[in-house]
Design a protein around this ligand. Structure first.
Ligand code: AMP
Length: 222
């Protein structure tokens, strides 16, 4: 049964959330999944799950991720295909962190994955850098804080589950710079790619999370 707060967006809604690291797209995706009953599929989270295993693959992944480089398609694409084949994706999904290159976007098309809308979370580069440097993540439940703007009640401790908050390896200043360079070179061309396909929605993400969420929902309903 559908909860009162849930709304629908048509029969199937396959969405892409696009934006620089730190643009807040993951946080908004979490909220939108609750509203529209479609799962958030974060390729970064899928990869971080794999990192928890002490395997050869996890060591290979770590070297890419800790240095801010993109993981090869030969690793990420099969993982994503498995995830998209799960039952909860039948009514749609939010892809958060994929595609990150034109080649990945084209791969979706080749695999027969139809995308309805690509939502761009637009934030100035200086702002995203500051957001990532100050970001802390809960080791247990994955909740995200910002020590300046959304601090936990007790330093280093998650409000939701009491878990330990940490700063990820890829949140070191030199790695952030690399991730932002990779974004500008590899991922930004996707903005034009989806604009040409008339699928791009732009949301001003340089405002408080509640406002970004509200703007996203309004634009998706249009
Ligand atoms: P994220 O949590 O989305 O910022 O992703 C963290 C890291 O995972 C990135 O810096 C990449 O190393 C890797 N990653 C996530 N998604 C992709 C993707 N679509 N293609 C290649 N690498 C990815």
């Amino acid at each position: 049964m559908r909860r009162k707060s849930q709304v629908t967006l048509g029969d199937k809604m396959n969405l892409i959330f696009l934006g620089a690291p730190g643009s807040g797209k993951g946080t908004v995706a979490k909220k939108v999944t609750e509203k529209f009953s479609i799962p958030q599929i974060s390729t970064g989270d899928l990869l971080r799950e794999e990192l928890k295993k002490d395997s050869r693959l996890s060591w290979e992944l770590k070297s890419y991720m800790d240095s801010g480089k993109l993981v090869p398609d030969s690793i990420i694409v099969p993982m994503l295909k498995v995830r998209l084949s799960k039952k909860d994706c039948e009514k749609g999904f939010i892809l958060d962190g994929f595609p990150r290159t034109i080649a990945q976007a084209e791969l979706l098309g080749k695999e027969g994955v139809k995308i309805e809308k690509a939502v761009l979370f637009d934030v100035p580069m200086k702002e995203v850098y500051d957001r990532i440097v100050n970001r802390r993540t809960c080791k247990s439940c994955g909740a995200v804080y910002n020590i300046l703007t959304i601090p936990p009640k007790k330093e280093g401790v998650c409000d939701k589950c009491g878990g330990e908050l940490y700063s990820r390896e890829d949140q070191r200043p030199e790695v952030i710079t690399k991730r932002l360079e990779v974004y500008a070179k590899e991922t930004e061309p996707l903005i034009e790619y989806y604009r040409e396909k008339k699928k791009l929605i732009k949301v001003d993400a340089n405002q408080i999370p509640e406002k970004v969420l509200q703007a996203t929902i309004e634009k998706l309903r249009e």
